[in-house]
Ligand binder design. Structure first.
Ligand SMILES: *Cc1c(COP(=O)(O)O)cnc(C)c1O
Length: 416
């Protein structure tokens, strides 16, 4: 122990030790935020009282940071399916899917996902993050080009980098910029375009009609991440294609089982041939354990509930509109949000932390997104709303956001 400590201390004193530099950086950054009482990350919730209410210590807060867009967390039918699966299959797996880990339950879930997404087949992975990482790295590689919207989720960016393909980022939702870049790629190379259906930081959606036309013209494959559109977009919550009335134009549909679907895991839905490639060549499938039975069963039941209770989809859309309208009326810059994700632009990280504290002390569970996840001058509160929120909860939330914005000087008139 002593020799371990002194070896670490020796390294620490060595100039240019990058790990030591990282430790010092985070020590300072987290410590400073904590000291000023502005640190709300990693805050443990003690109890989930309802889809919209949590208890932290003695305090009850209204959720405005949940991804359970249809309010399905704790749904009795989904809980029952998970409990039932534990009774039948146990809590773990017997290994990876390719070898001993596959259950008939996994196949049932994948066939249900294929049906839900309107694709021939689907394959699941242990998380959405892993899904993007391993799917992109399997589909493209050296000598190929992958095109990525600048606001795409980190898991897409990481997948592009891991793939070794030429990695080209185009301006957010700028089809002119994408077209120029597609045209610049050497003739004959394989092109893959990847976008979020709903952008996770800004809450706007991808221009699917434009993207699919461009991809067709340039012989590019189109992959879309439906993490924030499943259950949210389209009249029955089936996502971006349904929203635009363009069934079948997406080549590779990616999604997560951890947001609208109250489970964990990720999936790719595509042609049977493409899915077969992932089942035999995706390292995140071959070298990582199968989904636990309870989580697979919960996801399966959730897909049924989404289709059986379409009023939830209408509710999240109406609640999104109510929140966006109220925030705009209060004077907030919410960018081009058009969904259940609504950014309240605060400016500096410090201001976003101040708004967070004002919200949390007034009973609203809202959290900031700061640099480097977003540009340094576009730090924000990322509010999300679900089908389970009542109009009264949203209106009370709006009052708190308004007073917090005034207090922190984000809204004009409040600066002291
Ligand atoms: C959350 C998210 C993921 C990752 O999904 P997990 O299941 O949480 O790992 C991928 N893409 C987008 C756009 C996301 O928002």
């Amino acid at each position: 122990m002593a020799s371990f400590t002194s070896a670490a201390a020796e390294r620490a004193s060595g100039l240019g030790d990058r790990i030591q530099e990282r430790i010092a950086y985070w020590q300072a950054r987290v410590g400073e935020t904590r000291d000023r009482g502005l640190y709300y990350f990693n805050q443990p919730v003690d109890e989930i009282l309802s889809p919209t209410r949590v208890r932290i210590g003695e305090r009850e807060l209204v959720q405005f940071a949940s991804y359970s867009y249809l309010g399905l967390l704790g749904h009795p039918r989904i809980n029952a399916a998970a409990v039932d699966a534990i009774g039948r299959w146990g809590t773990g797996t017997h290994g990876v899917r390719l070898l001993a880990g596959s259950l008939s339950l996994h196949r049932e879930l994948e066939q249900r996902l294929a049906r839900f997404t309107g694709r021939e087949d689907a394959v699941t992975f242990s998380s959405g993050y892993v899904t993007n990482l391993t799917a992109i790295a399997t589909l493209v590689g050296r000598h190929d080009v992958v095109f990525c919207d600048k606001l795409n989720h980190a898991s897409i960016v990481d997948g592009c980098q891991l793939s070794g393909a030429d990695f080209v980022r185009f301006r957010h939702n700028d089809l002119g910029d994408l077209e120029r870049r597609l045209a610049q790629a050497p003739p004959g190379v394989t092109r893959l375009v990847v976008v979020d259906a709903v952008f996770s930081m800004d809450g706007d959606w991808a221009d699917l009609p434009g993207l699919s036309a461009l991809c067709r013209r340039h012989g590019a494959w189109l992959m879309v991440d439906e993490a924030h559109s499943l259950g949210v977009l389209g009249t029955t919550g089936h996502g971006l294609e349904e929203h635009f009335g363009l069934a079948g134009v997406i080549d590779v549909k990616m999604g997560t089982l951890s947001k609208t679907i109250p489970s964990v895991g990720g999936y790719i839905a595509a042609s049977a041939e493409l899915v077969q490639v992932l089942r035999h060549a995706a390292r995140g499938y071959i070298f990582s354990a199968a989904l636990p039975p309870a989580q697979a069963a919960a996801a399966l039941a959730a897909l049924d509930v989404i289709e059986a209770e379409p009023e939830r989809v209408r509710a999240v859309q109406a609640n999104g509109a109510r929140l966006r309208h109220g925030l705009r009326a209060a004077g907030f810059d919410i960018l081009k949000s058009a969904t259940a994700i609504v950014p309240l632009i605060c400016g500096s990280d410090a201001r976003a932390y101040q708004v967070t504290r004002a919200c949390q002390t007034q009973g609203i569970f809202a959290l900031p997104v700061v640099s480097p996840a977003v540009p340094a001058d576009l730090a924000r509160i990322r509010a999300t709303v679900t089908a389970a929120h009542t109009a009264a909860e949203i209106d009370a939330g709006l009052d708190v956001f308004r007073s917090a914005g005034l207090e922190a000087g984000v809204l004009p008139g409040g600066e002291r």
